[in-house]
Ligand binder design. Structure first.
Ligand SMILES: [Zn+2]
Ligand SMILES: [Zn+2]
Length: 1064
């Protein structure tokens, strides 16, 4: 269902605060920019008087906002306005103005600390606050607590919600320069706002044909008198009857259908829902087991889980196992897949009490969850109560490991442990390995790309060792809710044939509504201003839902967005006086301490939370209880992620909601325009690489140590085994192959299956250095993130709270931060240069005089400063002097020929855009692209008006991401060609106008694909392929916004001695 976007009015940024208030009706018809003079309509005197107040206020606010260090507390503004008016300013007047211009005027309580512009100003603020009268003064609130942090005092703030925006080169950048301080600019701004007032009054009078406009505005204004959230007495005196100020018990919440209908009635609703799909509820389908379960197992299931019958997919899977098949089950999230591992395990144990099993989960938390579930089941199964279940992972203490090896029947572990701990010590594990009946691998889709490629080899080693100790009958069971071509992937990953695929879902499910939500334009009359942010829309929708008892999880793509969303919720809920709801919202993401995470998981699971703001760290099945709605802030990289996240809401019988709130990024807007692609397009195939010598060889070194290899082991490792055995292992006289001494004594140490572990920075909170509480470690941040998140003077966000980085030591890798509520955030200014430094291999490109190169590259990331940003406005530009992050990697590159550089110059095509797009077009087509990176072009650098010293070579370059070496080498080999032809075909065959994810955009672009030219990419690729280009048919792209060149022709990169050109 498509809805037309109604674009007649600017949008209320603050969705819920207005939702609870009676809005003044405004005419819906568009007055198409023709300015009605106020003389057209006769105003009651009342409005003339109100206009005087507005004008005074306007002047004062314009002045105050031009002084960015001045806080706009109501008392400050008030006394200035009163000076101008020469009479007292009534609070009710402001409320009337707010009712009249809800989009323009921000009049709310915010935590006092949010006001502080500079951390050092607190003293100043205090004095100001003391000398100012009434409203901002409120007794410091008592012990309302946000987690461990104390709540804050509230201050009444009056300001204009939209600041004048500086001219923007690129609206989607989302940033603007501070308002011009020039008096002329201020004057213009003031006049424009006065005009808006007049328009609003005219509209009101026009709309209120039968009613008294003055009475209307007065009635509406009552709801706009802000309530101080920290003063309980005030808020109870001002109970909003519609809102009731109580949280609806999630059990009694309205239906999703009713909630959506209510959303559509709100005056802030501007047709944001561009697509709505309803997935009907589904009844359970049961199946029968053949052979049936024993009495004891039936009893155990019923006692511990209340399971009396099995869903059809559960029974099909268990039946297939009985027929000695391997199985892959791909059904919806929460369709009871764990029963599929557990029931067969109980059966195996009933048959043979010495049976063992391995359960593998991609995360420790998930393994923890499942382990206790299994233990409960075993306890209630007569005869199996004593069965020992153990977790065997990196955290298992050394002194317990022997005990586990000797006595456990079931281990919960991961592939890292199998690779580095179990297989190398197979002789210690023989009892266990011989008796393994079942290997369960949950969340199969977690194993793809480079990690999956390593895991595939680990599984082959594991199967080989088990077979060697006489166990050839163990069964593999795997599950995933989001996987395309499940049996194919399982076959690749496990190297098994006899696989039965079960995709028919027998679990019941509630009705699900899926919405695509496109933030409305900031000003429909000025499309250049762009759209409202997904952040404000998503958090506002979340508040609206929570107030109705709908339990929501908000997924953010990156950690920083997660923190910002929490901060936004904190501010807005405080401003609305909904501390009761705020208490029930928590952020959750990677980087938090183990302790914090467990606490949040428990809170969520016990049903205490109404809202969770999370990154995809919560995507995988940690049981956080029943949620009613999922909001995705921005398209989460891949369809598979979207399905996984959507699956977090709605269980069994209740209805649920999933909302994709689109970002301004091209990929998001693609789905806004083509929502069917979200549902109809298959999930991307998972890729693993079984033909990479770089990956296979070290695993053969490991395997040979586990037990010597013979050429017959190609049944496990494939045809490359023979070649690699001869080239890289040591052959003994009896024909066996042994580990090369370079890998001894411990070959597993030479392979890191997840890529190298990154160094981490420790973030220490030094706010409370008192007798009882010393500095506290709040986070560990990986080196590759630390650079962008921790820099002196920057704002570091943790649990939605802001800290200032006071000190960072790159030697000790410790950052000290101090709690400081500031109302700005910081955003790093950085660039990454990828330079080819030495050529190891050269390859022809078929039919072309040009070449592809492979070799060493140096990557250098520099954070040279940061922006201070408030409300998307840059308050300040700060330089920092932090060391660059230099690393070496391997990579491949193709130089962009001079011919096409000249051609593009003559046609006015930006070379940086063209190169960036061509890189992504290629990257989209490399296998294992997830582990490859390219030099992304940043709009801040490319569209700078001034000349830059930093000129980048005209080169399409790709390199292995940290700890992922070997991928670019593989890409260089890929099908004997670098996929230039394929990339070019994709561009030429793509019907989009200026680039989309099918051709030149990449979901993983660090810079959001903003620097992009489809035409330029096509010209580069055609030139490299030596295809004909008709220069006359190329439209000239010359325009007045000519930016200085940032690209220079690439220099020749010296090859190592003896490099031969390989055939294309
Ligand atoms: Zn396209
Ligand atoms: Zn990019």
């Amino acid at each position: 269902m498509k809805r037309k976007v109604d674009s007649t009015e600017p949008t209320e940024e603050d969705v819920t605060s207005s939702s609870t208030k009676k809005a003044v009706k405004k005419p819906r018809e568009n007055n198409k920019g023709k300015k009605k003079e106020k003389d057209d309509i006769v105003w009651p005197d009342y409005f003339h008087d109100l206009f005087k107040v507005f004008k005074a206020l306007n002047t004062v606010l314009a002045f105050v906002s031009s002084r960015k260090h001045l806080a706009m507390t109501f008392p400050v503004v008030r006394s200035s306005v009163e000076n101008l008016l020469k009479r007292p300013l009534d609070l009710a007047k402001i409320a009337e103005l707010k009712a009249l211009l809800p989009n323009l005027i921000k009049f709310a309580y915010i935590p006092r600390n949010e006001l502080r512009i500079h951390a050092t100003q607190s003293q100043d603020q205090k004095t100001k606050r003391k000398s100012s009268p009434d409203y901002s003064l409120s007794a410091p609130s008592t012990s309302q607590s946000f987690g461990e942090y104390e709540s804050e005092e509230q201050v009444l703030v009056l300001e204009f919600a939209e600041n004048s925006r500086g001219k923007k080169e690129n609206p989607s950048l989302g940033l603007s320069l501070p308002p011009s301080l020039a008096p002329a600019g201020l004057k213009k701004l003031v006049e424009k706002r006065n005009e808006r007032f007049c328009e609003a009054v005219n509209e009101l009078i026009g709309a209120a044909s039968n009613e008294d406009p003055v009475a209307l505005i007065q009635a509406a204004s009552y709801d706009h008198i802000p309530v101080n959230p920290s003063s309980k007495s005030t808020s109870s005196a001002k109970v909003d009857t519609k809102d009731k100020r109580t949280i609806i018990d999630p059990k009694d919440r309205p239906t999703i259908d009713a909630v959506i209908a209510e959303v559509e009635e709100q005056d802030w609703y501007k047709g944001q829902i561009v697509d709505r799909r309803i997935f009907a509820s589904r009844e359970a389908a049961n199946g029968t087991l053949d052979p049936p379960l024993s009495e004891t197992i039936q009893q155990a299931l019923s006692n511990s889980r209340k399971i009396t019958s099995l869903y059809s997919h559960q029974s099909s899977a268990i039946n297939a196992l009985s027929r000695e098949k391997h199985i892959i089950v791909s059904t919806s999230t929460a369709s009871g897949k764990s029963v599929i591992y557990q029931v067969p395990l109980l059966r195996f144990l009933e048959d043979d009490i010495d049976s063992t099993a391995v359960f593998i989960y991609p995360t420790k938390a998930l393994a923890q969850d499942q382990r206790s579930a299994l233990e409960q089941l075993l306890w209630s199964c007569p005869g199996l109560e004593h069965i020992k279940v153990a977790t065997y992972d990196g955290d298992t203490p050394q002194d317990q490991r022997a005990g586990i090896r000797e006595t456990a029947s079931v281990i919960f572990t991961n592939f890292d442990m199998i690779h580095a701990s179990i297989l190398p010590h197979e002789e210690l594990w023989r009892r266990f390995l011989k008796k393994i009946k079942l290997v369960a691998v949950d969340e199969l889709h977690s194993y793809s790309d480079l990690f999956g490629s390593h895991v595939a080899q680990v599984i082959r080693r594991f199967r080989r060792v088990c077979a060697a100790v006489g166990n050839r009958r163990m069964r593999f069971v795997s599950c995933s809710a989001t996987i395309s071509n499940p049996s194919r992937h399982m076959k690749d990953l496990f190297g098994l044939e006899d696989i039965e695929e079960i995709t028919e879902d027998g679990a019941p499910s509630g009705r699900k509504d899926f919405l695509v939500w496109n933030p409305p334009p900031i000003d429909p009359m000025a499309p250049k201003l762009g759209r409202h942010s997904s952040m404000s829309e998503a958090t506002a929708l979340m508040r609206f839902l929570m107030k109705r008892g709908v339990r929501v999880i908000l997924f953010c793509k990156i950690r920083k967005a997660c923190e910002l969303a929490m901060k936004t919720l904190r501010t807005d809920l405080s401003a609305e006086g909904r501390l009761d709801i705020l208490e029930k919202v928590m952020p959750y993401r990677g980087g938090y301490s183990q302790e914090d995470r467990r606490r949040i998981e428990n809170e969520a699971f016990s049903g205490n939370l109404l809202g969770i703001v999370a990154t995809n760290a919560l995507e995988l099945g940690v049981d956080i209880g029943v949620l009613d709605a999922v909001i995705m802030m921005g398209f989460p990289y891949k369809i598979a992620n979207l399905r996984q996240q959507t699956g977090r809401a709605g269980r069994r019988t209740r209805d649920s909601l999933a909302v994709l709130v689109a970002d301004g990024l091209p990929i998001d807007q693609h789905y806004v325009n083509n929502p069917s692609d979200l549902f109809d397009k298959p999930i991307d195939d998972l890729i693993i690489d079984l033909e990479s010598k770089v990956i296979l060889e070290p695993h053969l070194q490991c395997a040979a140590q586990e037990m010597p290899l013979s050429k017959e082991d190609d049944v496990y490792f494939g045809p490359l085994l023979r070649e690699l055995c001869d080239s890289s292992l040591i052959k003994t006289k009896d024909g066996w192959y042994h580990t090369h001494p370079n890998f001894l004594p411990f070959p597993a140490k030479h392979v890191s299956i997840r890529g190298a572990e990154e160094e981490k920075y420790t973030v220490v909170d030094i706010t409370k250095v008192t007798a009882e509480g010393g500095p506290k470690i709040i986070e560990e941040v990986e080196l590759s993130r630390a650079l962008f998140e921790i820099y002196e003077g920057g704002v570091f966000m943790h649990q939605g709270l802001t800290f200032i980085v006071t000190e960072i030591s790159h030697d000790s890798k410790i950052a000290r931060v101090m709690r400081a509520d500031v109302n700005w955030i910081t955003s790093p200014r950085d660039y990454t240069d990828i330079d080819a430094v030495q050529t190891y291999r050269i390859r022809e490109i078929k039919g072309s005089p040009h070449r592809a190169f492979y070799g060493r590259v140096d990557a250098k990331t520099v954070v040279f400063g940061f922006f201070k940003i408030r409300n998307k406005t840059i308050l300040d530009v700060v330089d920092v002097d932090s060391p660059s992050w230099d690393r070496q990697a391997t990579g491949l590159w193709i130089d962009v020929p001079r011919y096409v550089l000249n051609l593009m110059k003559s046609k006015g095509i930006n070379a940086a855009e063209a190169i960036h797009s061509a890189q992504h077009a290629l990257l989209n087509r490399f296998a294992l692209a997830a582990d490859l990176k390219t030099e992304c072009k940043a709009p801040q650098k490319e569209y700078k008006a001034t000349k830059t010293e930093r000129k980048r070579p005209a080169r399409l370059i790709f390199y292995d991401s940290a700890g992922r070496s070997g991928v670019s080498s593989k890409a260089f080999d890929h099908g004997k060609i670098i996929p230039v032809t394929w990339a070019n075909d994709a561009i030429e065959g793509c019907k989009c106008e200026s680039g989309c994810k099918e051709c030149v955009h990449s979901p993983s672009c660090r810079e959001g694909n903003e620097v992009s030219s489809k035409l330029g990419a096509q010209l580069i690729l055609r030139t490299i392929l030596n295809l004909e280009i008709n220069e006359d048919s190329i439209p000239s792209q010359m325009d007045e916004t000519d930016t200085p060149d940032t690209i220079i022709e690439a220099d020749y990169v010296r090859p190592v001695d003896g490099v031969q050109v390989e055939a294309g």
